[in-house]
Ligand binder design. Structure first.
Ligand SMILES: Nc1ncnc2c1ncn2[C@@H]1O[C@H](COP(=O)(O)OP(=O)(O)OP(=O)(O)O)[C@@H](O)[C@H]1O
Ligand SMILES: [Mg+2]
Length: 282
């Protein structure tokens, strides 16, 4: 059974903003898939219908054979704006990933089992931050914060790990570090992973499979070898992309578009219900 199935999925915002159009795709268990595409292509929408933050207008999305909206606790999500609680330690932040499993009441009591605590430490180890477990999140670098965000998602024990522009606000070295840890986490824990990314060259280093999204449609689906410069140009610039020298795609638009309007602000709190605190300047 595929880990993820999109079956003729269309998502229309409002009257006529078509964010996804007849998308049908399957992702196999353990695949590490990277979504590429220009701003407004539909990448975030793809991830959001997948983790149940928004619902398709038409079509169905299933995760492990079940409707995406019903399996939210099995889906770990990493956001660009990590949503850490700044005045808590890396360890405490990672631990909040257990909330999605344990429920809200227990979380209010901030009661955590030994098992949860062990899971948090293991997750911090996976992202190379065991030695920093006690450090206040607010004092960490952007890359470290993002790694804590990954750890928190891992504590949730997801089968599917999603990330929306997880490295958009980081310098290239920190971005590579974070992607490396995410890849390692997925490999170590047999997770299926889907992430959007603007930096094509970094995507190439880590992805097994690439989906090129443009105007709400998947216009490319292939491996690293298939992802030639011409293909990158076509994904970002459209048919016959005519990018001179074929270089246009690399490192394209790495700034991304941090604010995605309306729905995002209220819905972007992660599935664990972590408070969206510390939205810091990028
Ligand atoms: N909450 C919303 N309400 C109305 N329109 C929306 C909403 N979210 C997204 N859209 C629109 O849907 C389309 C796809 O947006 P989406 O955020 O999925 O693109 P994206 O590929 O993630 O872009 P970016 O690279 O800038 O993050 C765009 O036209 C966008 O303006
Ligand atoms: Mg987006």
């Amino acid at each position: 059974m595929p880990a993820v199935t999109f079956d003729d999925v269309t998502k229309i915002y409002g009257e006529d903003t078509v964010a996804l159009q007849d998308v049908s795709v399957e992702v196999g268990e353990g695949e590490f898939v990277i979504l590429l595409g220009p701003s407004g292509a539909g990448k975030s929408t793809f991830l959001r219908v997948l983790n149940g933050l928004t619902h398709p207008t038409e079509g169905t999305v299933t995760v492990g054979g079940r409707s995406a909206g019903d399996v939210r606790e099995e889906i770990g999500m990493v956001f660009q704006e990590h949503y850490l609680i700044e005045n808590m330690s890396a360890f405490q932040n990672a631990l909040t990933g257990a909330l999605a499993r344990n429920g809200f009441l227990r979380s209010l009591l901030t009661w955590h089992s030994q098992e949860d605590k062990r899971a948090a430490l293991e997750a911090l180890e996976t992202v190379g931050l065991l030695a920093e477990a006690g450090q206040r999140a607010g004092s960490m670098s952007g890359g470290q914060k993002q790694r804590v965000g990954i750890a928190r998602a891992l504590v949730q024990r997801p089968s599917l790990l999603l990330a929306d522009e997880p490295v958009a606000s980081l310098d290239p070295k920190a971005a590579r570090d974070v992607m490396g840890y995410m890849k390692r986490a997925a490999t170590e824990r047999d997770l299926t992973a889907i992430t959007s990314l603007h930096q094509v060259n970094i995507a190439r280093e880590f992805g097994d499979r690439f989906l090129g999204v443009r105007d709400g449609e998947i216009i490319f689906d292939g491996t690293r070898d298939d992802l030639t410069m011409d293909v990158v140009d076509e994904i970002y610039y459209g048919e016959g992309g005519d990018g001179e020298g074929g270089e246009a795609g690399a490192e394209t638009a790495s700034a991304g578009d941090p604010d995605e309007s309306g729905e995002t602000a209220s819905e972007a709190v992660d599935p664990a219900g972590t408070p969206a605190e510390g939205g810091e300047p990028t």
